[in-house]
Design a protein around this ligand. Structure first.
Ligand code: GLC
Length: 509
Protein backbone atom coordinates (compact mmCIF):
# COMPACT_ATOMS: atom_id res chain seq x y z
CA UNK A 1 0.00 0.00 0.00
CA UNK A 2 1.31 3.39 -0.95
CA UNK A 3 0.54 6.66 0.74
CA UNK A 4 -3.12 7.62 1.11
CA UNK A 5 -4.12 10.01 -1.67
CA UNK A 6 -4.45 13.10 0.52
CA UNK A 7 -0.87 13.05 1.79
CA UNK A 8 0.63 14.59 -1.37
CA UNK A 9 -2.55 15.87 -2.99
CA UNK A 10 -3.07 19.25 -4.58
CA UNK A 11 -6.56 20.32 -3.52
CA UNK A 12 -8.39 23.14 -5.31
CA UNK A 13 -10.84 25.16 -3.25
CA UNK A 14 -14.07 25.99 -5.09
CA UNK A 15 -15.99 28.88 -3.58
CA UNK A 16 -19.15 27.61 -5.21
CA UNK A 17 -21.07 30.85 -5.61
CA UNK A 18 -18.16 32.46 -7.47
CA UNK A 19 -16.88 29.59 -9.63
CA UNK A 20 -19.29 29.08 -12.54
CA UNK A 21 -22.97 29.90 -13.00
CA UNK A 22 -24.78 27.36 -15.19
CA UNK A 23 -28.33 28.34 -14.21
CA UNK A 24 -27.93 31.97 -15.27
CA UNK A 25 -28.96 33.70 -12.05
CA UNK A 26 -25.60 35.37 -11.43
CA UNK A 27 -24.57 32.92 -8.70
CA UNK A 28 -22.25 29.94 -9.19
CA UNK A 29 -23.79 26.49 -8.78
CA UNK A 30 -23.08 22.75 -8.77
CA UNK A 31 -23.95 22.35 -12.46
CA UNK A 32 -21.38 25.08 -13.14
CA UNK A 33 -18.79 23.16 -11.15
CA UNK A 34 -19.62 20.02 -13.10
CA UNK A 35 -19.19 21.77 -16.46
CA UNK A 36 -15.78 23.06 -15.47
CA UNK A 37 -14.36 19.82 -14.04
CA UNK A 38 -12.36 19.11 -17.22
CA UNK A 39 -10.60 22.47 -16.72
CA UNK A 40 -9.57 21.34 -13.24
CA UNK A 41 -8.42 17.94 -14.46
CA UNK A 42 -6.34 19.67 -17.11
CA UNK A 43 -4.95 22.08 -14.53
CA UNK A 44 -3.61 19.00 -12.79
CA UNK A 45 -5.15 19.08 -9.31
CA UNK A 46 -6.03 15.89 -7.44
CA UNK A 47 -9.10 16.98 -5.51
CA UNK A 48 -11.65 19.73 -5.10
CA UNK A 49 -13.00 21.18 -1.87
CA UNK A 50 -16.43 22.78 -2.21
CA UNK A 51 -17.52 25.48 0.21
CA UNK A 52 -21.06 25.02 1.64
CA UNK A 53 -23.83 24.48 -0.90
CA UNK A 54 -26.42 23.40 1.68
CA UNK A 55 -29.77 25.04 2.28
CA UNK A 56 -29.06 28.46 3.66
CA UNK A 57 -30.44 32.00 3.78
CA UNK A 58 -26.85 33.08 2.80
CA UNK A 59 -26.29 35.44 5.72
CA UNK A 60 -22.65 34.32 5.56
CA UNK A 61 -22.40 32.98 2.03
CA UNK A 62 -23.71 29.54 3.04
CA UNK A 63 -21.67 29.13 6.25
CA UNK A 64 -25.07 29.58 7.87
CA UNK A 65 -26.53 26.14 7.21
CA UNK A 66 -30.28 25.65 7.55
CA UNK A 67 -30.35 22.01 6.42
CA UNK A 68 -27.18 19.92 6.37
CA UNK A 69 -28.70 17.22 4.20
CA UNK A 70 -29.95 19.21 1.23
CA UNK A 71 -28.64 21.47 -1.52
CA UNK A 72 -29.81 25.07 -1.60
CA UNK A 73 -31.93 25.74 -4.72
CA UNK A 74 -29.49 28.54 -5.53
CA UNK A 75 -26.82 25.87 -6.10
CA UNK A 76 -29.00 23.08 -7.55
CA UNK A 77 -30.27 19.79 -6.21
CA UNK A 78 -28.96 16.61 -4.62
CA UNK A 79 -29.11 15.06 -8.10
CA UNK A 80 -26.81 17.82 -9.37
CA UNK A 81 -24.46 17.03 -6.51
CA UNK A 82 -24.44 13.30 -7.30
CA UNK A 83 -23.84 13.97 -11.00
CA UNK A 84 -21.00 16.32 -10.17
CA UNK A 85 -19.35 13.76 -7.86
CA UNK A 86 -19.71 11.01 -10.46
CA UNK A 87 -18.06 13.16 -13.12
CA UNK A 88 -15.30 14.27 -10.74
CA UNK A 89 -14.52 10.69 -9.83
CA UNK A 90 -14.55 9.66 -13.48
CA UNK A 91 -11.91 12.35 -14.10
CA UNK A 92 -9.84 11.11 -11.17
CA UNK A 93 -10.72 14.06 -8.93
CA UNK A 94 -11.57 13.49 -5.26
CA UNK A 95 -14.30 15.57 -3.64
CA UNK A 96 -14.08 17.23 -0.21
CA UNK A 97 -17.14 19.01 1.22
CA UNK A 98 -17.38 21.58 3.98
CA UNK A 99 -18.95 20.72 7.30
CA UNK A 100 -19.97 23.53 9.64
CA UNK A 101 -20.33 22.14 13.18
CA UNK A 102 -19.81 25.23 15.33
CA UNK A 103 -23.10 26.87 14.46
CA UNK A 104 -26.17 26.58 12.26
CA UNK A 105 -28.29 29.14 10.51
CA UNK A 106 -30.98 30.82 12.57
CA UNK A 107 -33.30 29.38 9.90
CA UNK A 108 -32.36 25.80 10.91
CA UNK A 109 -35.37 23.82 12.19
CA UNK A 110 -33.68 23.38 15.58
CA UNK A 111 -33.19 27.11 16.03
CA UNK A 112 -36.69 27.85 14.82
CA UNK A 113 -37.93 25.50 17.54
CA UNK A 114 -35.56 27.13 20.06
CA UNK A 115 -37.03 30.52 19.24
CA UNK A 116 -40.40 29.14 20.27
CA UNK A 117 -38.80 27.89 23.49
CA UNK A 118 -38.36 24.25 22.45
CA UNK A 119 -34.99 22.48 22.61
CA UNK A 120 -32.94 25.50 23.64
CA UNK A 121 -30.32 23.13 25.10
CA UNK A 122 -29.16 22.45 21.52
CA UNK A 123 -27.79 26.01 21.43
CA UNK A 124 -26.15 28.25 24.01
CA UNK A 125 -28.90 30.24 25.70
CA UNK A 126 -28.44 32.23 28.91
CA UNK A 127 -30.34 34.73 31.00
CA UNK A 128 -28.68 38.09 30.93
CA UNK A 129 -31.03 40.90 31.78
CA UNK A 130 -30.39 44.09 29.85
CA UNK A 131 -26.73 43.22 29.30
CA UNK A 132 -25.36 40.19 27.46
CA UNK A 133 -24.30 37.26 29.71
CA UNK A 134 -20.59 37.96 29.13
CA UNK A 135 -18.20 40.25 27.26
CA UNK A 136 -17.44 38.02 24.28
CA UNK A 137 -17.28 39.73 20.90
CA UNK A 138 -18.34 38.24 17.57
CA UNK A 139 -15.49 37.45 15.15
CA UNK A 140 -17.46 39.55 12.66
CA UNK A 141 -17.67 42.54 15.02
CA UNK A 142 -20.14 43.58 17.73
CA UNK A 143 -21.34 41.51 20.69
CA UNK A 144 -21.46 37.71 20.41
CA UNK A 145 -24.93 37.64 21.97
CA UNK A 146 -28.38 38.47 20.67
CA UNK A 147 -31.51 38.71 22.81
CA UNK A 148 -34.81 37.12 21.90
CA UNK A 149 -38.06 38.95 22.68
CA UNK A 150 -38.63 36.69 25.73
CA UNK A 151 -35.44 38.04 27.32
CA UNK A 152 -33.03 35.12 26.84
CA UNK A 153 -29.75 35.65 24.99
CA UNK A 154 -28.12 33.23 22.54
CA UNK A 155 -24.45 33.01 21.70
CA UNK A 156 -23.17 33.51 18.15
CA UNK A 157 -19.41 33.74 17.68
CA UNK A 158 -20.07 34.86 14.09
CA UNK A 159 -23.17 36.59 12.70
CA UNK A 160 -26.38 36.84 14.73
CA UNK A 161 -27.87 34.56 12.04
CA UNK A 162 -25.32 31.86 13.05
CA UNK A 163 -26.25 30.61 16.55
CA UNK A 164 -23.57 28.40 18.17
CA UNK A 165 -24.47 24.79 18.89
CA UNK A 166 -24.15 23.43 22.41
CA UNK A 167 -21.67 20.57 22.03
CA UNK A 168 -22.24 19.62 25.67
CA UNK A 169 -25.53 18.14 24.42
CA UNK A 170 -25.20 14.55 23.07
CA UNK A 171 -27.97 15.23 20.55
CA UNK A 172 -25.61 17.56 18.67
CA UNK A 173 -22.96 14.81 18.48
CA UNK A 174 -25.47 12.30 17.14
CA UNK A 175 -26.74 14.76 14.57
CA UNK A 176 -23.30 15.48 13.12
CA UNK A 177 -22.28 11.81 13.05
CA UNK A 178 -25.38 11.24 10.97
CA UNK A 179 -24.60 14.20 8.68
CA UNK A 180 -21.08 12.83 8.11
CA UNK A 181 -22.52 9.46 7.13
CA UNK A 182 -25.08 11.11 4.85
CA UNK A 183 -22.32 12.65 2.71
CA UNK A 184 -19.92 9.71 3.00
CA UNK A 185 -22.70 7.48 1.69
CA UNK A 186 -23.04 9.86 -1.27
CA UNK A 187 -19.40 9.25 -2.08
CA UNK A 188 -17.48 12.24 -0.74
CA UNK A 189 -13.80 11.62 -0.11
CA UNK A 190 -13.40 13.98 2.80
CA UNK A 191 -14.50 16.94 4.87
CA UNK A 192 -13.15 20.39 5.51
CA UNK A 193 -14.15 21.21 9.07
CA UNK A 194 -15.21 24.82 9.53
CA UNK A 195 -13.96 26.56 12.70
CA UNK A 196 -12.64 23.22 13.94
CA UNK A 197 -11.21 24.70 17.14
CA UNK A 198 -14.62 26.12 18.10
CA UNK A 199 -17.46 23.81 19.21
CA UNK A 200 -16.76 23.80 22.96
CA UNK A 201 -16.70 26.88 25.14
CA UNK A 202 -15.27 26.88 28.66
CA UNK A 203 -17.78 25.95 31.38
CA UNK A 204 -19.31 29.05 32.92
CA UNK A 205 -18.54 31.15 29.81
CA UNK A 206 -16.16 33.45 31.72
CA UNK A 207 -15.45 37.03 30.71
CA UNK A 208 -12.14 37.33 28.94
CA UNK A 209 -9.89 40.22 27.90
CA UNK A 210 -10.47 41.15 24.29
CA UNK A 211 -6.89 40.28 23.28
CA UNK A 212 -7.52 36.67 24.35
CA UNK A 213 -10.68 36.40 22.30
CA UNK A 214 -9.25 36.19 18.78
CA UNK A 215 -8.47 32.59 17.81
CA UNK A 216 -5.90 32.06 20.54
CA UNK A 217 -4.86 29.30 22.80
CA UNK A 218 -5.66 29.67 26.48
CA UNK A 219 -8.94 31.31 25.57
CA UNK A 220 -12.26 30.20 27.08
CA UNK A 221 -13.79 30.59 23.61
CA UNK A 222 -11.59 28.41 21.40
CA UNK A 223 -9.60 25.19 21.57
CA UNK A 224 -11.17 23.58 24.62
CA UNK A 225 -9.77 20.10 25.32
CA UNK A 226 -13.18 18.44 24.93
CA UNK A 227 -13.20 19.17 21.19
CA UNK A 228 -10.62 16.46 20.56
CA UNK A 229 -13.04 13.74 21.58
CA UNK A 230 -15.35 14.89 18.76
CA UNK A 231 -12.62 14.35 16.20
CA UNK A 232 -11.73 10.96 17.66
CA UNK A 233 -15.33 9.91 17.09
CA UNK A 234 -15.38 11.39 13.58
CA UNK A 235 -12.12 9.64 12.73
CA UNK A 236 -13.71 6.32 13.64
CA UNK A 237 -16.58 7.03 11.27
CA UNK A 238 -14.20 8.03 8.46
CA UNK A 239 -12.07 4.93 9.04
CA UNK A 240 -15.15 2.71 8.87
CA UNK A 241 -15.55 3.63 5.17
CA UNK A 242 -13.34 2.35 2.36
CA UNK A 243 -11.16 4.57 0.20
CA UNK A 244 -9.09 6.71 2.59
CA UNK A 245 -11.80 9.23 3.55
CA UNK A 246 -10.19 12.20 5.26
CA UNK A 247 -10.78 15.37 7.26
CA UNK A 248 -8.90 18.66 7.13
CA UNK A 249 -9.51 21.12 9.93
CA UNK A 250 -9.77 24.87 9.80
CA UNK A 251 -7.83 25.38 13.01
CA UNK A 252 -6.84 28.94 13.87
CA UNK A 253 -4.36 28.98 16.72
CA UNK A 254 -1.16 30.80 17.59
CA UNK A 255 0.59 27.74 18.93
CA UNK A 256 2.18 24.95 16.95
CA UNK A 257 1.85 22.62 19.96
CA UNK A 258 -1.87 23.28 20.07
CA UNK A 259 -2.19 22.63 16.33
CA UNK A 260 -0.35 19.33 16.73
CA UNK A 261 -3.05 18.11 19.13
CA UNK A 262 -5.63 18.09 16.33
CA UNK A 263 -3.28 16.01 14.18
CA UNK A 264 -2.75 13.12 16.55
CA UNK A 265 -3.09 9.81 14.71
CA UNK A 266 -6.62 9.19 15.93
CA UNK A 267 -7.91 12.73 15.13
CA UNK A 268 -7.83 14.86 11.98
CA UNK A 269 -5.71 13.84 9.00
CA UNK A 270 -4.69 17.41 8.26
CA UNK A 271 -5.18 21.02 9.19
CA UNK A 272 -4.57 24.11 7.09
CA UNK A 273 -1.15 25.61 7.62
CA UNK A 274 -2.21 29.21 8.11
CA UNK A 275 1.27 30.15 9.37
CA UNK A 276 2.49 29.65 5.78
CA UNK A 277 -0.32 31.82 4.44
CA UNK A 278 0.41 34.54 6.99
CA UNK A 279 4.19 34.58 6.53
CA UNK A 280 5.55 37.76 4.95
CA UNK A 281 7.75 37.61 1.84
CA UNK A 282 10.92 36.81 3.74
CA UNK A 283 13.38 33.90 3.66
CA UNK A 284 13.66 33.79 7.43
CA UNK A 285 9.88 33.80 7.89
CA UNK A 286 9.50 31.04 5.27
CA UNK A 287 12.25 28.96 6.82
CA UNK A 288 10.78 29.26 10.32
CA UNK A 289 7.33 28.17 9.14
CA UNK A 290 8.75 25.26 7.16
CA UNK A 291 10.86 24.06 10.11
CA UNK A 292 7.93 24.42 12.54
CA UNK A 293 5.60 22.58 10.17
CA UNK A 294 7.97 19.70 9.63
CA UNK A 295 8.57 19.47 13.39
CA UNK A 296 4.92 18.59 14.03
CA UNK A 297 5.55 15.27 12.35
CA UNK A 298 1.99 14.99 10.97
CA UNK A 299 0.97 15.26 7.31
CA UNK A 300 2.05 18.81 6.32
CA UNK A 301 -0.12 21.15 4.27
CA UNK A 302 0.55 24.46 2.54
CA UNK A 303 -1.88 27.19 1.57
CA UNK A 304 -1.47 30.72 0.25
CA UNK A 305 -5.06 31.96 -0.13
CA UNK A 306 -8.65 31.07 0.61
CA UNK A 307 -12.09 32.69 0.58
CA UNK A 308 -11.44 34.48 3.90
CA UNK A 309 -8.20 36.37 3.22
CA UNK A 310 -6.79 38.99 0.84
CA UNK A 311 -5.50 37.22 -2.28
CA UNK A 312 -1.75 36.63 -2.08
CA UNK A 313 -0.88 38.48 -5.30
CA UNK A 314 -2.10 41.59 -3.49
CA UNK A 315 -0.61 40.69 -0.10
CA UNK A 316 2.82 40.14 -1.62
CA UNK A 317 2.38 43.28 -3.72
CA UNK A 318 2.20 45.55 -0.68
CA UNK A 319 -1.56 45.94 -1.11
CA UNK A 320 -1.43 47.18 -4.70
CA UNK A 321 -3.94 45.12 -6.66
CA UNK A 322 -2.15 44.80 -10.02
CA UNK A 323 1.44 44.78 -8.79
CA UNK A 324 3.89 42.88 -11.00
CA UNK A 325 6.01 42.25 -7.91
CA UNK A 326 3.03 40.65 -6.19
CA UNK A 327 2.38 38.38 -9.15
CA UNK A 328 6.06 37.39 -9.50
CA UNK A 329 6.19 36.53 -5.79
CA UNK A 330 2.92 34.61 -5.97
CA UNK A 331 4.34 32.42 -8.76
CA UNK A 332 7.58 31.90 -6.84
CA UNK A 333 5.67 31.03 -3.65
CA UNK A 334 3.66 28.41 -5.53
CA UNK A 335 6.80 26.69 -6.78
CA UNK A 336 8.26 26.77 -3.28
CA UNK A 337 5.22 25.24 -1.65
CA UNK A 338 4.83 22.59 -4.35
CA UNK A 339 8.41 21.48 -3.66
CA UNK A 340 7.69 20.86 0.02
CA UNK A 341 6.56 17.52 1.43
CA UNK A 342 2.82 17.23 2.01
CA UNK A 343 -0.25 18.53 0.27
CA UNK A 344 -1.07 21.95 -1.17
CA UNK A 345 -4.39 23.76 -1.09
CA UNK A 346 -5.04 26.21 -3.93
CA UNK A 347 -7.83 28.78 -4.00
CA UNK A 348 -9.86 29.24 -7.20
CA UNK A 349 -8.49 32.01 -9.38
CA UNK A 350 -4.96 31.95 -8.01
CA UNK A 351 -4.01 29.95 -11.11
CA UNK A 352 -5.09 33.04 -13.09
CA UNK A 353 -3.03 35.34 -10.87
CA UNK A 354 -6.19 37.13 -9.78
CA UNK A 355 -5.61 40.02 -7.39
CA UNK A 356 -7.89 41.13 -4.58
CA UNK A 357 -10.64 43.45 -5.84
CA UNK A 358 -10.10 46.40 -3.53
CA UNK A 359 -12.58 48.86 -5.03
CA UNK A 360 -15.93 47.06 -4.82
CA UNK A 361 -18.68 49.63 -4.33
CA UNK A 362 -20.08 49.59 -0.77
CA UNK A 363 -23.58 48.74 -2.03
CA UNK A 364 -22.23 45.59 -3.72
CA UNK A 365 -20.55 44.24 -0.60
CA UNK A 366 -22.28 41.26 0.98
CA UNK A 367 -19.90 39.97 3.64
CA UNK A 368 -21.59 40.40 7.05
CA UNK A 369 -18.26 41.75 8.35
CA UNK A 370 -18.81 44.90 6.27
CA UNK A 371 -22.25 45.59 7.75
CA UNK A 372 -21.39 44.52 11.32
CA UNK A 373 -18.37 46.85 11.35
CA UNK A 374 -20.53 49.66 9.96
CA UNK A 375 -18.37 49.75 6.86
CA UNK A 376 -15.09 50.12 8.74
CA UNK A 377 -13.79 46.68 7.73
CA UNK A 378 -14.21 45.96 4.01
CA UNK A 379 -14.62 42.23 4.60
CA UNK A 380 -13.92 39.30 2.32
CA UNK A 381 -15.88 40.05 -0.85
CA UNK A 382 -12.71 41.22 -2.63
CA UNK A 383 -11.35 37.66 -2.83
CA UNK A 384 -14.76 36.23 -3.79
CA UNK A 385 -15.41 38.03 -7.07
CA UNK A 386 -16.71 35.55 -9.69
CA UNK A 387 -14.05 33.98 -11.91
CA UNK A 388 -13.36 35.30 -15.42
CA UNK A 389 -13.53 32.37 -17.84
CA UNK A 390 -13.65 33.88 -21.31
CA UNK A 391 -14.54 36.86 -23.46
CA UNK A 392 -13.62 40.50 -23.18
CA UNK A 393 -16.40 41.90 -21.02
CA UNK A 394 -18.19 40.96 -17.80
CA UNK A 395 -19.54 38.42 -16.95
CA UNK A 396 -16.53 36.84 -18.77
CA UNK A 397 -18.32 33.51 -19.24
CA UNK A 398 -19.02 33.15 -15.51
CA UNK A 399 -22.73 33.60 -16.22
CA UNK A 400 -24.50 33.64 -19.58
CA UNK A 401 -24.00 36.94 -21.45
CA UNK A 402 -26.20 39.74 -20.17
CA UNK A 403 -26.47 38.35 -16.63
CA UNK A 404 -24.88 40.40 -13.84
CA UNK A 405 -22.84 38.24 -11.41
CA UNK A 406 -23.56 38.64 -7.69
CA UNK A 407 -20.41 40.74 -7.33
CA UNK A 408 -19.18 43.01 -10.14
CA UNK A 409 -16.01 41.94 -11.98
CA UNK A 410 -13.30 44.50 -12.82
CA UNK A 411 -12.63 45.58 -16.42
CA UNK A 412 -8.97 44.61 -15.91
CA UNK A 413 -10.05 40.96 -15.79
CA UNK A 414 -10.55 40.90 -19.56
CA UNK A 415 -6.78 40.26 -19.71
CA UNK A 416 -6.94 37.52 -17.07
CA UNK A 417 -9.60 35.12 -18.34
CA UNK A 418 -8.84 31.41 -18.31
CA UNK A 419 -9.49 31.26 -22.07
CA UNK A 420 -6.99 33.97 -22.86
CA UNK A 421 -4.34 32.58 -20.52
CA UNK A 422 -4.72 29.02 -21.81
CA UNK A 423 -3.29 30.01 -25.18
CA UNK A 424 -0.42 32.05 -23.77
CA UNK A 425 2.58 29.92 -22.68
CA UNK A 426 3.89 32.72 -20.47
CA UNK A 427 0.62 33.16 -18.58
CA UNK A 428 0.14 32.32 -14.92
CA UNK A 429 -2.34 29.60 -15.89
CA UNK A 430 0.20 27.93 -18.20
CA UNK A 431 2.81 28.23 -15.45
CA UNK A 432 0.47 26.57 -12.91
CA UNK A 433 -0.20 23.72 -15.35
CA UNK A 434 3.52 23.16 -15.90
CA UNK A 435 4.27 23.35 -12.18
CA UNK A 436 1.53 20.86 -11.26
CA UNK A 437 2.66 18.55 -14.04
CA UNK A 438 6.28 18.74 -12.87
CA UNK A 439 5.16 17.90 -9.36
CA UNK A 440 3.21 14.89 -10.60
CA UNK A 441 6.25 13.57 -12.40
CA UNK A 442 8.42 13.87 -9.30
CA UNK A 443 5.85 12.85 -6.73
CA UNK A 444 6.49 9.50 -5.19
CA UNK A 445 10.20 9.65 -5.90
CA UNK A 446 10.91 12.40 -3.37
CA UNK A 447 11.83 11.85 0.30
CA UNK A 448 9.42 13.10 2.95
CA UNK A 449 12.03 15.44 4.40
CA UNK A 450 13.94 18.41 3.09
CA UNK A 451 17.58 19.38 3.63
CA UNK A 452 18.56 23.03 3.80
CA UNK A 453 21.49 24.17 1.70
CA UNK A 454 23.66 27.17 2.44
CA UNK A 455 22.02 30.05 0.63
CA UNK A 456 23.08 33.59 -0.17
CA UNK A 457 21.54 36.58 1.57
CA UNK A 458 17.84 36.93 0.77
CA UNK A 459 17.48 33.46 -0.76
CA UNK A 460 16.40 30.02 0.43
CA UNK A 461 17.74 26.76 -1.06
CA UNK A 462 16.62 23.28 -0.07
CA UNK A 463 16.78 19.80 -1.53
CA UNK A 464 14.49 16.78 -1.53
CA UNK A 465 16.44 13.94 -3.10
CA UNK A 466 17.16 14.88 -6.72
CA UNK A 467 15.08 18.08 -6.53
CA UNK A 468 16.56 21.39 -5.42
CA UNK A 469 14.24 24.35 -4.90
CA UNK A 470 15.70 27.84 -4.88
CA UNK A 471 13.69 30.97 -4.10
CA UNK A 472 15.03 34.50 -4.08
CA UNK A 473 13.20 36.86 -1.71
CA UNK A 474 16.00 39.44 -1.81
CA UNK A 475 16.69 42.52 -3.93
CA UNK A 476 19.64 41.19 -5.98
CA UNK A 477 20.06 38.22 -8.31
CA UNK A 478 21.77 35.20 -6.72
CA UNK A 479 23.76 32.37 -8.32
CA UNK A 480 21.78 29.12 -8.61
CA UNK A 481 22.96 26.18 -6.51
CA UNK A 482 24.68 23.27 -8.33
CA UNK A 483 22.44 21.43 -10.80
CA UNK A 484 22.50 19.60 -14.10
CA UNK A 485 19.28 21.09 -15.44
CA UNK A 486 16.50 23.54 -14.67
CA UNK A 487 13.14 21.78 -14.41
CA UNK A 488 10.91 24.84 -14.16
CA UNK A 489 11.22 28.45 -13.07
CA UNK A 490 8.62 31.00 -12.08
CA UNK A 491 10.23 33.62 -14.38
CA UNK A 492 12.98 33.51 -17.03
CA UNK A 493 16.52 32.83 -15.73
CA UNK A 494 19.73 33.98 -17.34
CA UNK A 495 23.36 32.95 -16.89
CA UNK A 496 22.70 30.66 -13.97
CA UNK A 497 21.32 33.53 -11.98
CA UNK A 498 18.04 33.61 -10.04
CA UNK A 499 16.42 37.07 -10.23
CA UNK A 500 14.63 38.63 -7.23
CA UNK A 501 11.06 37.41 -6.61
CA UNK A 502 11.72 34.21 -8.54
CA UNK A 503 11.91 30.50 -7.72
CA UNK A 504 13.28 27.56 -9.67
CA UNK A 505 13.31 23.78 -9.46
CA UNK A 506 16.65 22.25 -10.32
CA UNK A 507 17.61 18.66 -10.93
CA UNK A 508 20.81 17.09 -9.74
CA UNK A 509 21.49 13.41 -10.20
C1 GLC B 1 -14.90 29.92 8.56
C2 GLC B 1 -15.18 30.14 7.09
C3 GLC B 1 -15.70 31.53 6.94
C4 GLC B 1 -16.97 31.65 7.73
C5 GLC B 1 -16.75 31.28 9.19
C6 GLC B 1 -18.03 31.08 9.93
O1 GLC B 1 -13.89 30.73 9.02
O2 GLC B 1 -14.04 29.88 6.33
O3 GLC B 1 -15.91 31.86 5.60
O4 GLC B 1 -17.43 32.97 7.68
O5 GLC B 1 -16.06 30.06 9.31
O6 GLC B 1 -18.66 29.91 9.51
Amino acid sequence: MGNPWWREAVVYEIYVRSFADASGDGVGDLAGVRQRLPYLAELGVDAIWLTPFYRSPMADGGYDVADHRDVDPLFGTLDDFDAMVADAHALGLRVIVDIVPNHSSSAHAWFQAARRGEGRERYIFRDGGELPPNDWQSVFGGPAWTRLPDGQWYLHLFDSAQPDFNWRNPEVHAEFLDVLRFWLDRGVDGFRIDVAMGLYKAEGLPDTPVERQAFRTESPIWGQPEVHEVYRQWRKVLDSYDGDRMAVGEVWTDSIEDLALYLRPDELHQSFNFAWMEAPWSPTAFRTVIDDTMAIGASPTWVLSNHDVVRHVTRYGEGLPYSTTGLARARAALLTMLALPGSAYLYQGEELGLPEVTDLPPEARQDPIFARSEGKVPGRDGCRVPLPWSGTAAPYGFSPAGVAPWLPQPIEWAALTAGRQASDPESTLSFYRRALQARRVLRGSLPARITWLDSPEGALFFTRGPLTCAVNCGFNPVRLPPHDRVLIASAPLSDDMLPPDTAAWLHRS
